[in-house]
Design a binder for this molecule. Structure first.
Ligand code: NDP
Length: 270
């Protein structure tokens, strides 16, 4: 356990599982009081940091729920130093199959949610004169997988929101940055992996898309969020930081020309 966030109160949306849970635990490990806001109350989940985690019900698509949640956090803890906008969802559909309801739902969770959370948390950060907002965007705000038009639009929107908040809130001592995860093993993209019957083949191929030779873990995203939430990044604001094992830095080659490189990725590194 460290003390990089001692005395700070942090909110993590969608922190019941996956990346959000790893973020909540990592911030708590650095001595923050962490409030997890999620659709369901999952306090029974096994966690070594549970004594520093508080679970409260929150639906980021509902303004009244957000207002009540922020009021409850302030009543219980008296301040909010860090907001992590992590809650998110994905829908895999072609543009022809996608309905207006799908589009609206994705926008409501992934983009309107972070906007409203910031809207209700910022007055408190202004009052204490300091704050760090960390959004979870995606490499799909820069590039896109097939059938992810709406998802990519929400994540590019989150990146735009980050730019705007960093400019508007800088004078108040509030920083805003976004972590853009690459492929992380969570429930969110399990359906995509399961499109193919041979899961281990999919995982091997996925790993080979990354110059580091593997996909990422929720903890690796949490470590980046911790840095952006802490004073160690005090001059960093308005940034989109890809945490993706360099996947978005490699230009695709025809697989037949890429064989030697791919073979190297599957060999143990000395
Ligand atoms: P998961 O699906 O594993 O977890 C998402 C969490 O958000 C769940 O606990 C879910 O609750 C919660 N949630 C969904 N809707 C709401 C809502 N309306 N209000 C409050 N909470 C809600 O996803 P990940 O951990 O993989 O993803 C976390 C973030 O990271 C997302 O923003 C995602 O877009 C982003 N990301 C993930 C990548 C990956 O490869 N996994 C890559 C790039 C970005 P419930 O279980 O009840 O639905």
């Amino acid at each position: 356990m460290g003390n990089r966030l001692s005395g700070k109160v942090a909110i993590v949306t969608g922190g019941n599982r996956g990346i959000g849970r790893a973020i909540a635990e990592r911030l708590a490990d650095e001595d923050a009081m962490v409030v997890v806001g999620d659709l369901r109350d999952d306090r029974s989940a096994d966690s070594g940091s549970l004594e520093r985690l508080t679970f409260m019900s929150l639906d980021v698509t509902k303004e009244a729920s957000i207002r009540a949640f922020v009021d409850d956090v302030l009543q219980k803890f008296g301040r909010i130093d860090v907001l992590v906008n992590n809650a998110g969802m994905v829908i895999h559909k072609s543009i022809d199959e996608q309905t207006a309801e799908d589009w609206d739902r994705l926008m409501a969770v992934n983009l309107r949610g972070p906007f409203l959370m910031a809207k209700y948390v910022v007055p408190e950060m202004r009052r204490i004169g300091v704050g760090a907002i960390v959004n979870i965007g995606s490499v799909e705000g820069f590039m896109v997988n097939p059938w992810h038009t709406a998802y990519a639009a929400t994540k590019a929107g989150v990146h735009g929101l980050t730019l705007g908040l960093s400019v508007d809130l800088g004078p108040d001592g509030i920083r805003c940055n976004t972590v853009c995860p690459g492929w992380i093993d969570t429930e969110l993209n399990r359906a995509y992996v399961e499109l193919h019957p041979d899961r281990s083949l999919v995982e091997r191929e996925l790993g080979q898309l990354h110059p580091v030779g593997r996909i990422g873990t929720p903890k690796e995203i949490a470590n980046a969020v911790l840095w952006l939430a802490s004073d160690e990044s005090s001059f960093v604001s308005g940034e989109m930081i890809a945490v993706d094992g360099a996947r978005t830095k490699k230009i695709s080659l025809p697989s037949i020309l890429d064989e030697e490189y791919r073979a190297k990725l599957t060999k143990p590194q000395s």
